[in-house]
Design a protein around this ligand. Structure first.
Ligand code: CP
Length: 361
């Protein structure tokens, strides 16, 4: 049985297969209308969402299945102190597959330690968002026709933007991908993505602090919102909140075939005047999210039926003695799960948390 916690839980072949299945669903909607008859999805959303939760719900309904769950953990027994793992043990009695969003980093991975059904990470804190990544890959494929030989500019909050972290991991497996990181110093990409992903995979990347100078190079411009909810210091948020704004004038310098993506919601980083430009792909991206989640659930349920043994690969080779995770928002510091660490492949002697990838201290 497979879970999807990190984009790399799917091999490149499995990722491409899910994208191809999503394209077939788009072309043949009726063919899939009964595929999940009698199946139930549980959406456990401990953090707000519009697109991800409702696209999962819509996806399962289009497959003929049903959906249970909560969109506000305050209305569940979490408010009485129930842990993530106990909640999952309970939901296993009611549903065939679980999509979980949590503000605590590593919570969905902790859920896999006890779950008898596939767990899908629907976003954990500022760590990872693999189903947004599948959405982004399908969108790039549909907009540009291919996933290799691309230059992608990631713009805005690259520090807390979990969709950026996940998409860089996924794109690192395609040929000849170049990455341009457009962010102010306060919002730069975390070093573990640079060392453990970009350096390890030999991705050509560079950091810049303005959008205009790189615009003509880009095949994809991936805009992001500055994530107010992740800042501990409001003054720091105020300093960077308007750092990049895409308007029609800046877009004029871009390639005619470039695509503008954004995981949404947007605040002020893309002006509404951009929406009418054919390169603005972010609302088409939302719809792709439903189709790719249909494809993902079909495959995870199929794999679980063929092999119900839970996968333990995320924990293989991990050690627990002598380390504590440095991330205060990690599940290993907030709930009773066993802290687990693995030695970095690019920084010998450095141990990283299995749940959130932060350094051990
Ligand atoms: N893209 C995304 O995750 O949106 P929601 O927060 O609305 O789910």
């Amino acid at each position: 049985m497979k879970h999807l916690i990190d984009p790399t839980d799917l091999s490149l072949e499995e990722t491409n297969d899910i994208i191809a299945l999503a394209e077939d669903i788009i072309a043949n909607r009726r063919k899939y209308a009964e595929c999940c008859r009698g199946r139930k999805l549980a959406t456990l959303f401990y953090e707000p969402s519009t697109r991800t939760r409702l696209s999962f719900t819509s996806a399962m309904m289009e497959l003929g299945g049903n959906v249970i769950g909560f969109s506000d953990a305050k209305n569940s027994s979490v408010s009485k102190g129930e842990t993530v793992q106990d909640t999952v043990r309970v939901i296993n009695c009611f549903a065939d597959i679980i999509a979980m969003r949590h503000s605590i980093e590593g919570a969905p991975l902790a859920a896999t330690e006890v779950s008898r059904t596939p767990i899908i990470n629907a976003g954990d804190g500022s760590h990872s968002h693999p189903t947004q990544t599948l959405t982004d890959l399908l969108t790039i494929k549909r907009e540009l026709g291919h996933l290799d030989n691309l230059t992608i500019g990631f713009c805005g909050d690259l520090k807390f933007g979990r969709t950026v972290h996940s998409l860089i991991k996924a794109m690192s497996r395609y040929e000849n991908v170049k990455v341009i990181l457009i962010a102010p110093p306060e919002l730069r990409l975390p070093s573990y993505i640079k060392t453990e992903v970009c350096d390890k995979c030999g991705i050509d990347y560079r950091e810049v602090s303005d959008m205009e100078s790189v615009m003509p190079e880009l095949d994809i411009l991936y805009m992001t919102r500055v994530q107010k909810e992740r800042f501990l210091d409001e003054e720091e948020f105020d300093r960077v909140k308007d750092c990049f704004v895409l308007d029609a004038k800046k877009l004029a310098a871009a390639k005619s075939k470039m695509a503008v993506l954004h995981p949404l919601p947007r605040v002020n980083e893309i002006l509404q005047e951009v929406d009418a430009d054919p390169r603005a792909a972010y609302f088409r991206q939302v719809e792709n999210g439903k189709f790719v989640r249909m494809a993902l659930m079909l495959r995870l349920l199929e794999w679980a039926e063929n092999d119900p043994t839970p996968s333990t690969s995320a924990f293989e080779g991990a050690v627990s003695e002598g380390h504590v995770c440095s991330n205060a928002r990690c599940i290993s510091n907030l709930e009773p799960v066993k802290p687990l660490f693995r030695e970095s492949q690019t920084e010998p002697g450095v141990y990283r948390c299995v749940y959130c990838e932060a350094k051990a201290r």
